[in-house]
Structures are given as C-alpha cells and as structure tokens.
Design a protein around this ligand. Sequence first.
Ligand SMILES: *[C@@H]1O[C@H](CO)[C@@H](O)[C@H](O)[C@H]1NC(C)=O
Ligand SMILES: *[C@@H]1O[C@H](CO)[C@@H](O)[C@H](O)[C@H]1NC(C)=O
Ligand SMILES: *[C@@H]1O[C@H](CO)[C@@H](O)[C@H](O)[C@H]1NC(C)=O
Length: 453
Amino acid sequence: MKLLTVTELLLAAAAPIQAAYTWQNVKIGGGGGFVAGFVFHPKTKGVAYGRTDIGGLYRLNSDDSWTAVTDSIVDDANWSKWGVDALALDPQDATKVYAAVGSYTNSWDPNNGAIIRSSDQGATWSTTTLPFKVGGNMPGRGMGERLAVDPANSKILYFGARSGNGLWKSTDAGVTFTKVSSFTAKGSFAPDPSDTTGYNNDPQGLTFVTFDSTSGTTGGATSRIFVGTADNTTSSVWVTQDAGATWSAVAGQPGTFFPHKCVLQPTEKALYLTYSDGTGPYDGTLGAVYRYDITAGTWKNITPVSGGDLYFGFGGIGVDMLKPGTIVVASLNSWWPDAQLFRSTDSGTTWSRLWEWTSYPSMNLYYSQSTPKAPWIKTGFLDVDTKDLGWMIESLVIDPFDSDHWLYSTGLTVFGGHDLTKWDTTHNITIQSLADGIEEFAVQVRPRLRTRW
Ligand SMILES: *[C@@H]1O[C@H](CO)[C@@H](O)[C@H](O)[C@H]1NC(C)=O
Ligand SMILES: *[C@@H]1O[C@H](CO)[C@@H](O)[C@H](O)[C@H]1NC(C)=O
Ligand SMILES: *[C@@H]1O[C@H](CO)[C@@H](O)[C@H](O)[C@H]1NC(C)=O
C-alpha cells in the first residue's frame, strides 16, 4: 500500500468534486459576528446598510433579512476588502452607497485600502485605491462613521483616516480624494504603544465625520462639520464653520475619554455623543454620554448612571428622528451580568433601564427575547453566556421613519425589534435576532475522503 501525501490526497479528492458540484454561498442563517456600523438613509424609507469587520457590507430588505452586496469585489488576492471600516449614504440620492474597505493598517494586509462607491444600492461597484491602508478589523472599528457625504452637495465626501493620515476630501463624488491640509489633528492614541506588530500601536486616527445639515452652506457646501479624533488628552471633537477652510476644537468639550458616536438630531439642533475610556470594541470601564446644543454652544453631561453603576463605557446611541428628545443608548461592554440599555424621552434629562435588579439575584427584565431567525443562538451559544443582551454594542440605530423599528449589534449577532415605543407605555419590548443573511462565520470544509488505497 502506497501512502499518499496530503497534497496528493487533496488533489484526488478535489478533482471529482469540482466536476460534480455547483458551488453556492453557505447559509448558516441569522448571522454570526459583529456589525460595526448601521446607517439608515435619512430621507428614503427602508434603505439601510450594515458594515462588518470581516464579512463585507449588507443591505437591509423589507422582510428584516439582509443581502450581501460586496461579495463580488472580494477575491483571494484582495481578501482584505472583507473589512469595512466606514459606510456612508448620500442623503440626496438613495441609490448611492460608499464604503471604506481594507482590513489592517499593518503588514498583515497586503493591499492599500480603498473607497468603493455604488450608484445602484450595491449591485455594482467602482473602486478608488487610497495611498494608505484601511483598518476594518482594527481596534476602534466601531467608532464612526468616519466617512460621510455632504447633505447639501452629493459631490463632497470626507474620510477620516487612521495611522496619522488625517482628513481626506473628495469633490467628485468619491472618484478622487485629496488630503485636507487645514485639518491638523491626528488622533494619535494607540491602545498599546509597546506592541511591535503594528496592530495595537497604530495611531487610531480620525473616528467620525458628522455634517450639521442645519448650518446652511458656504460656496455650495455644508458650512458646519464635526470631526472626531482618537484623543483623550486634549480635544477630540473638532469643528469647521466655513465648510472646511478652518478648524478648531469645540469649546467646553469633555476632553477626556474617546467619542465613539456623534449623531445629529436636526430638529433639536443637537449632537448626541457617546464616550468610553477605550476605543473599543472589547474594552471600556468608564464613559459618558453628552448632548451638545449647537445653537447655545453648550455641553451637557447626560450620562444615565453614576457611581458604582458606572463601570463601562458607552457605544451605540439611537436617536429617534420622529420624536425629538427620544434616545436609546447602550453600554459598550458590561461583561456581567449583561449589557444595559437606557432610554430617555426628554433629551437625556431622565432615563429608564431595560432591566433592573429587584432583590439580588432577581431581576425585572423589561423585555422578552427570542431568536427564531437564528435558532443556533439560543440552543447553543447564548445558553452558556450570562449575557442575553450582548456585548460590543458599538452600533444602535432607530429607523428614521419608524420609531418602533430598531437594530443593534453585539459581538454575536444583530438584535432589534418592531415595538420599541412600548418601552414608554408597557415598559416591555420584544427583542429578536435580526441578522438573517449576514454571514461572518469562517466556513471550514472538512472533506470526507473516499479515495481507496
Ligand atoms: C485589488 O483590487 C484593486 C482595486 O480593485 C486592484 O487594482 C488590484 O489589482 C487588486 N489587487 C490584486 C492583487 O488583485
Ligand atoms: C487615555 O486612555 C488610555 C486608555 O484607556 C489610558 O490608559 C490613559 O491614561 C488615558 N489618558 C488620559 C490622559 O486620560
Ligand atoms: C415582560 O414580558 C415578558 C414576556 O411576556 C415577561 O416574561 C416579563 O416578565 C415581562 N417583564 C416584566 C418586568 O413584567
């Protein structure tokens, strides 16, 4: 009997398989993995996307399922495009979608990053390669969005880069980008400067770009733009009032912790910002939530908990565009006993919780939870985890056209529901896994070798 080498075995096994089978995507169902950002279109109902750190970009369908839209642009040589570090929609054109793709800014990634753009909701794409790498699976990937389209001018985009590369601007709808020399803040924080791999010692750079659609225009471009940086020693939130010609640190800002999300509520003319003492997505032992009143130029600390109850940072924040003053914010990582979510209907003056201790260890859960679209979660994974609500909650959004419809991502899956306003009436909502179509599992095929020797 001749013993075959592994290579000979694989060749023997693979040849007939290729001839006999057609290959299709594996469908586990109900998603597995982290969605680092969701963006709903602000003006067209039903248009929304989710970006993942290792599994590409997905478009939301009306039946709560998701369709993968970037699988076609990823190939073996360009595997790193599975990482999506930022996502942007054009407020004036719901057919357009943009994303910053690339997995790592260090040597692990063979390619420079790219801004990809689509004019048909992700059916086809054009690519502009950037002169540097993009870190879709790097620390800080849940902050943002660090890519945005000017709501007053579809040709203008800004991208906040990592690694000290600064702020980049396009004036031709994402075809070309040039560095914004007037923006000098770098966001030099790195989680572990002593790391030599380039992963934890890479400067995290710029973390969000938020246009103020209420600010009017300067030369056909939105006048006021806020940009976040990974900086917890001086200022992390910067603003221009003249469409990017000059920038300054926003006065009176916290100046401590890292801003993760910065969401404009145009009717309130206010920004809601979540802060954590780490850049995420796994960390955070302290944090804050702030409301910035743009008209008055004042910051208000609206952190929902204090003292011993505050042992985590804040990540996702959902702002209800139909009910000014209504927001939901999540702990980024509350590792025990579970995540906590807080809701306010008065712009953060008072809050209520999604669960409470009654008499330890008993809790009142103001929700029920099910996973019919992802049965593997309850029957396996979740039953061995104390955390039903999840962890790594960097992203939480309320549908701008439906106050009941919301989504949030954990490290495990996407949760959400269709009765969020019951929080304010019966104080009891239903949460389910809403990740059908999102596939981030690494599929490993173990061939059953039938070759005889
Ligand atoms: C990766 O994608 C870019 C942009 O589409 C392309 O120019 C480049 O040739 C690809 N690289 C490889 C190694 O295929
Ligand atoms: C900035 O954040 C890091 C990580 O949490 C922390 O080690 C450091 O002490 C912070 N710096 C300041 C000035 O707070
Ligand atoms: C909320 O509803 C669920 C499902 O009916 C129930 O199990 C739970 O006890 C309710 N929570 C409270 C605090 O009444």
